[in-house]
Ligand binder design. Structure first.
Ligand SMILES: Nc1nc2c(c(=O)[nH]1)N[C@H]1C(S)=C(S)[C@@H](COP(=O)(O)O)O[C@H]1N2
Ligand SMILES: [Mo]
Length: 519
């Protein structure tokens, strides 16, 4: 084999391996976060570091294609480096792998120094780099076998000894390159769409509410270390959905259709929604899969438009008893029509969460929130259609998977502090937590120690019947091992049941219990 063709094939090996690594990185970025794509991060870093004259030059020459120019430039540069790595790996292994390591290192630095990056953002670059290196190692090994065979053949004996033929090698490298291109370009396109939707979200200014949430009452937050804060920051808010990739919806393209059993089907755009008088409200959201003592719950300040107003405009036909809300990703939830029509329940098409547009993973641009029902029957994120129908005729996503068609929230309480399995000093110890019975309201919480008498805890001032409420019991802890339990009573008189029930099919039951040691 000539030196020229050795150089050619090894350079091609480097490029195919780099393409595979990039494709791996893009696919992982789909799951981690679109801006964790090394291509984007390196591009952004170059933009940040480029001197002004270079930026001016690029804009002057390429106009609005300046970003395309930059990405092309990076791609060409990367291809050249990858080709060099391929050649190096063939003639001076493992230096080709080292070059890939350096490229991966630069990408990792670029990604992790981006604004709002977290440590996990390094994963696409690191895994992509390792994938590329492994690929290069394997391809070059095949290439060595082939070139060795070729040399033997030129000598005299067996044309195809053991090992790899030119054809085998060509198929291997071509399938790597084509596979990487197809997967990588596809993933890149999805990531780019997600980033564009994020940019739209950033530019949105939510209007002030026409009806603001009442101020949080004095004494709603107890002064107990470790108790659940009244309002859950968006970053800490639990996330439950069936979406492998967070749907990216451009608010400018979004609309909601009200369809099915209505006299007056309507469509409403995002701008139209923002122009309506919006209401603000604190509301605790709860997942039906929340175990006793679990944390699949959060309390936020939502900004939205009352769904009963939308329904009034659409005029439901007689006989309809369910609103099947459709998410853009195909998820559906079935909510009783009469609940959504209640004028004082504040069922929302929500656009804001704690003062900002809905975060993408919490349903941007618009989701539903309904006080008093578990999320799976009410809180459709990325909602695009409200279909009026009947429980007889239609089944929602989870109803087909063994969960109850209706899901009112069960009255419940949780002990936040002390955490279980802890050793405390004897004496005064606050036992504290939260209790909830959305839309009914909490009347009281009781605590008992070691199967003793139930003793009333002190309730904080509730924000409203639609939110959780904090409680505390001042315990004088004697030495020994103790089991502490709590139970809530709601304003309808229902006492939280102590009988264990699993989360399926309509929510867990039982008392939260913790065991602790007092020295
Ligand atoms: N589109 C869509 N919306 C959805 C879901 C889903 O899987 N897809 N899950 C629901 C469930 S089960 C719950 S508990 C809440 C959770 O909302 P959060 O992720 O904002 O906390 O969203 C609801 N809305
Ligand atoms: Mo849920």
């Amino acid at each position: 084999m000539t030196l020229k063709s050795k150089l050619f094939w090894s350079a091609l090996s480097g490029i195919a391996s780099a393409a595979a690594g990039l494709a791996i990185a893009e696919v992982i970025a789909l799951v981690i976060a679109p801006p964790s794509s090394p291509l984007v991060a390196v591009g952004s870093l170059v933009i940040d570091l480029a001197p002004t004259w270079a930026k001016d030059f690029a804009i002057a020459v390429f106009g609005t294609n300046d970003k395309l120019f930059l990405l092309t430039l990076i791609a060409v540069l990367l291809a050249a480096l990858a080709a060099a790595a391929g050649v190096l790996e063939l003639i001076k292994a493992p230096w080709g792998l080292v070059v890939f390591g350096v490229i991966g290192g630069i990408a990792t630095i670029a990604v992790t120094t981006r604004e709002q990056s977290t440590a996990s953002w390094a994963i696409p670059s690191v895994v992509g780099m390792m994938g590329a290196a492994l690929m290069l190692y394997r391809i070059v090994r095949k290439l060595s076998v082939w070139t060795a065979n070729a040399q033997t053949a030129k000598g005299k004996v067996e044309q195809r000894a053991i090992g790899v033929s030119r054809r085998d090698f060509f198929i291997y490298i071509a399938s790597t390159a084509v596979g990487a291109a197809v997967i990588g370009v596809g993933a890149r396109a999805v990531n780019a769409t997600a980033m564009a939707a994020t940019a739209v979200r950033k530019a949105i200014k939510l209007p002030a509410p026409a009806v603001a949430a009442p101020p949080i009452p004095e004494g709603a937050a107890l002064d107990v270390e470790g108790i659940t804060p009244l309002i859950t920051p968006n970053a800490d808010f639990y996330r439950i959905d069936t979406a492998l990739q967070v749907p990216s919806v451009d608010a400018n393209d979004w609309s909601l259709r009200v369809t099915g059993m209505v006299e007056n089907p309507i469509t409403i755009t995002f701008d139209e929604l923002l122009d309506l008088p919006l209401t603000e409200k604190n509301l605790t959201l709860m997942c039906v899969s929340n175990e006793i003592g679990g944390n699949l719950t959060g309390n936020a300040t939502w900004l939205g438009y009352p769904i009963h107003e939308i329904l009034k405009r659409a005029k439901p036909q007689a006989g309809a008893d369910m609103v099947l809300s459709h998410s853009i990703d195909g998820f559906t939830a079935g909510t009783p029509l009469e609940i959504l029509q209640e004028e004082d329940r504040d069922c929302f098409l929500a656009v804001g969460m704690n003062g900002e547009p809905l975060p993408p993973e919490h349903g941007f641009p618009v989701r539903m929130v309904v006080p008093g029902l578990y999320g799976y029957v009410s809180a459709t994120k990325w909602v695009v259609e409200l279909e009026l129908t009947t429980y007889d005729r239609s089944r929602a996503y989870w109803t087909d998977r063994g969960w109850s068609a209706k899901g009112p929230v069960k009255t419940c309480s949780r002990i936040d502090v002390p955490t279980g399995l802890q050793t405390l000093d004897k004496g005064k110890v606050p036992i504290a937590g939260i209790a909830w019975a959305q839309h009914t309201g909490i009347d009281g919480v009781e605590v008992r120690v070691d199967d003793g008498e139930w003793m009333p805890a002190r309730l904080a001032n509730p924000i409203s019947d639609d939110t959780w409420v904090q409680w505390v019991f001042d315990w004088d802890a004697p030495s020994g091992t103790h089991v502490i339990e709590a139970r809530a009573t709601d304003k309808s008189g229902t006492i939280q049941s102590g009988e264990f029930a699993p989360v399926a099919p309509n929510g867990a039951e039982g008392w939260h219990a913790i065991r602790l040691e007092v020295a």
